[in-house]
Design a protein. Sequence first.
Length: 230
Amino acid sequence: MCSKIAVVLSGCGVYDGSEVHEAAAALAAVSRAGYEAACFAPNRLQTCEIDHLTGETLGETTKNCLVEAARISRAKLSDLEELTEDLIEEMSALLIPGGFGAAKTLSNFALGGDLELDPEVERVVKVFNEAEKPIGLSSIASILVAKVLGEKGVKITFGKKGEGWPYSGEGDAMDTAAQLGCQVEECTVDEVCEDTDNKIVTTPAYLYDGKVHQVHDGVTKMVEHVIGLI
């Protein structure tokens, strides 16, 4: 059995990178289950840079996604390009935490226009799926598998619409995923949606305006279900 799980990060910080609590919860769950997390991130500039105190966009960014992600992984990570097909064979599963980096750098979902993914992200998701290795995603990161695997009718969740779900509304991720061919299921913050046939597990995480422990519980459950599919 492969003892490593690949974790793709998108920087550090909810508004322009990986959501720190979601990433930490995923890494803790991987370790607790006896696996080793192998972290990766694109080696390129973030799409934008946000002041996390004021929410202000800080103009043209100089922050590198890989360098920023090292804050979460404690410097133990590699360029996503190094996650080759041969190395993927050594991995048991793939995890991608949420945060707006998934919607601004790993994809352009939050920027509008036709949905496109970073080519390396698209490649990695495809290879893991073709190898029948499980993939787990939290929050808005689920839009990545919607784009790549929507035509397969994969089941995913972005939580619910309405009160307590600040990112829901007309044309939101749920609507986009459905248009791409996904079966979109409603879940609460501490629940997961498991597509057993396609080995995809998703959880809403901070798409819900919830408490830290609720998000932690949901992400932990997502990782546990992913490991159950290995």
